[in-house]
Design a protein around this ligand. Structure first.
Ligand code: GDP
Length: 177
C-alpha cells in the first residue's frame, strides 16, 4: 500500500470507546491533527482518521475509529470492532460514572473484539485537577486486574495523548510482528 511516496508496512485499526462526552473525539483529533476544537460535535458520519507513524523502522498507518456518537444509543455494532487490533477505552477523571462504566466497556470488547486486542484505559481531562473524581490508584488497580495499559491524558493541552497512542501501536506491533 502506498501513501504518497511512503511505503506502508502495516495498517493498524484502533477503536476509541467509552461513555459519551469523555473526550473521545478530541483525543482522536489531538493525535491525528494536533488540534483541539472548542465547539465540536459534528462527528456524525466521520468513521475514522489516520496518522502514519514509524515504529522500529516500520511505517505504520494508524486508522483510528470514532464511534461518531453511536454510544449514546448503545448502537456500537460488531462491525465497529471488526479487525481492531487496539482500543482506547476512555473515561473522564471528573465524572465517576464514566469510570464505573469502564467494566461494561471491557465486557463489550471481550465479546466483540479479537482476544489479542491491546487495550489502553485512558483517564482523560487530566487538566481539570480541581474537579478530579477518580483517583489514579483506582484506575491503576482496575487496569492491573484486567490486564490493560493505563494512562491519564488531556486532549485539551495534549498531555500524554501521543505517548498513549504510541504505546498501543508499539504493543500491537509486538503482537503482529
Ligand atoms: P466524546 O463524546 O467522547 O467524543 O467527547 P468530545 O470529544 O466531544 O468532548 C466532550 C466535551 O469535553 C467537549 O466539550 C470537549 O471540549 C471537552 N473535552 C474533551 N477533552 C477534554 C480535555 O482533555 N480537557 C477538558 N478540560 N475538556 C475536554
Amino acid at each position: 500500500q502506498e501513501n504518497g511516496h511512503e511505503k506502508i508496512d502495516y495498517v493498524f485499526k484502533v477503536v476509541v470507546i467509552g461513555d459519551s462526552a469523555v473526550g473521545k473525539t478530541q483525543i482522536l483529533s489531538r493525535f491525528t491533527k494536533n488540534e483541539f476544537c472548542f465547539d465540536s460535535k459534528s462527528t456524525i458520519g466521520v468513521e475514522f482518521q489516520t496518522r502514519t507513524v514509524t515504529i522500529k523502522s516500520k511505517v505504520i498507518k494508524a486508522q483510528i475509529w470514532d464511534t461518531a456518537g453511536q454510544e449514546r444509543y448503545r448502537a456500537v455494532t460488531s462491525a465497529y470492532y471488526r479487525g481492531a487490533l487496539g482500543a482506547m477505552l476512555v473515561y473522564d477523571i471528573t465524572k465517576r460514572q464514566t469510570f464505573d462504566h469502564v467494566a461494561r466497556w471491557v465486557e463489550e470488547l471481550r465479546a466483540h473484539a479479537d482476544t489479542s486486542i491491546v487495550i489502553m484505559l485512558v483517564g482523560n481531562k487530566a487538566d481539570l485537577v480541581d474537579q478530579r473524581a477518580v483517583p489514579s490508584e483506582d484506575a491503576v488497580e482496575f487496569s492491573e486486574d484486567q490486564g490493560l495499559f493505563f494512562s491519564e491524558t488531556s486532549a485539551l493541552n495534549g498531555d500524554n495523548v501521543e505517548t498513549a497512542f504510541f504505546r498501543v501501536l508499539e504493543e500491537i506491533y509486538g503482537v503482529v510482528s
